[in-house]
Design a protein around this ligand. Structure first.
Ligand code: AMP
Length: 190
């Protein structure tokens, strides 16, 4: 199986690149942000609880997102592999993911980290907010909070995957095609 963690701060381009990668490598896309937004759209209790945190730019509790990922890995037993987009975001999530995959006799193949400077992230998110209407993309204070959460809780995962020799930094500024080429180049070296 090819199991990729697509990593990077909010606005780094994970969603855009995931769409291309799943098509090229026939992978299942698991985005915890998309799953949570779907719960909100359906008005579920989980969605309503998550929304309170998401609207403030804060992370949702680990056990909530781990449970969602567990169920979806199980539901896609015959997949060629997965792209994890926006997950894991904490060390507890990364450890849980390693355990879940080990139970299914597989593991993370590599972690690709899209590197984008902060001023560019803010510009991209505010622009995206105009089209998507996502409340967490429309307010600069919330965007700042999300980037702070990323730096404090998520960026340390670079070390986690480096220790397993699975971390690869990719320049996330340039055309979508150019960045896609860099990602594929790294996947094919594996
Ligand atoms: P995203 O679409 O990945 O930018 O996620 C949007 C929001 O959903 C985040 O700011 C968090 O509030 C929540 N979220 C998404 N994925 C996770 C995760 N793996 N752990 C905790 N919270 C998450």
């Amino acid at each position: 199986m090819l199991n990729i963690v697509l990593f990077g701060p909010p606005g780094a381009g994970k969603g855009t690149q995931s769409e291309r990668l799943i098509e090229k490598y026939r992978l299942v896309h698991l985005s915890t942000g998309d799953i949570l937004r779907n719960e909100i759209a359906n008005g579920t209790a989980l969605g309503m609880e998550a929304k309170k945190l998401m609207d403030q730019g804060l992370l949702v509790p680990d056990e909530v997102v781990i449970g969602m990922i567990d169920a979806r890995i199980d539901a896609n037993r015959n997949a060629n592999g997965f792209i994890f987009d926006g997950f894991p975001r904490t060390t507890a999530q990364a450890e849980a993911l390693d355990k879940l995959l080990a139970q299914k006799s597989t593991s993370i193949s590599l972690m690709l980290s899209l590197e984008v400077p902060k001023d560019e992230l803010i510009k991209r998110l505010l622009n995206r907010g105009k089209d998507s209407g996502r409340p967490d993309d429309s307010n600069e204070t919330v965007i700042e909070k999300r980037i702070t959460e990323y730096n404090n809780k998520t960026a340390p995962l670079k070390d986690y995957y480096s220790k397993q020799n699975k971390f690869f930094g990719i320049k996330g500024v340039g055309s979508v095609e150019e960045i896609f080429g860099l990602l594929c180049g790294q996947i094919e070296k594996k």
